[in-house]
Design a protein around this ligand. Structure first.
Ligand code: SF4
Ligand code: SF4
Length: 94
């Protein structure tokens, strides 16, 4: 199964974010809430510039429809910044 891709992320202050795309290989999402655990605020950018799209490495949100065995099986996810954290907007309660 291919890794679920992050279609868009609007957390532009994250070191892994360039042009509203995530540039790290795989993020971690969770625990109980669908929050990006890999978010890191900073000016200096990180991740590989050759990598144009990031993926979901693991997700601990057992209550999401798309979660099987603590991995994401959605076709793609959208990430959105809210107050103090970044949420998976593709989350759907089981
Ligand atoms: S998905 Fe997470 S790690 Fe990737 S750019 Fe957004 S906040 Fe940063
Ligand atoms: S869609 Fe569900 S399983 Fe996939 S990353 Fe978001 S919360 Fe986790």
């Amino acid at each position: 199964m291919p890794m679920t891709k992050i279609i868009e992320c609007d957390a532009e202050k994250c070191v892994y974010n360039k042009d509203k795309k995530c540039h790290t290989y795989g993020i971690n999402v969770g625990d109980d809430l669908p929050i990006c655990d890999t978010f890191m605020k900073g000016i200096e950018k990180a991740g590989a510039s050759s990598r144009t799209i990031g993926g979901i490495g693991s997700c601990k949100v057992k209550g999401c429809t798309y979660n099987e065995g603590l991995e994401c099986h959605a076709g793609g996810v959208h990430m959105h910044k809210t107050r103090g954290h970044v949420d998976c907007k593709t989350y759907q309660e089981k």
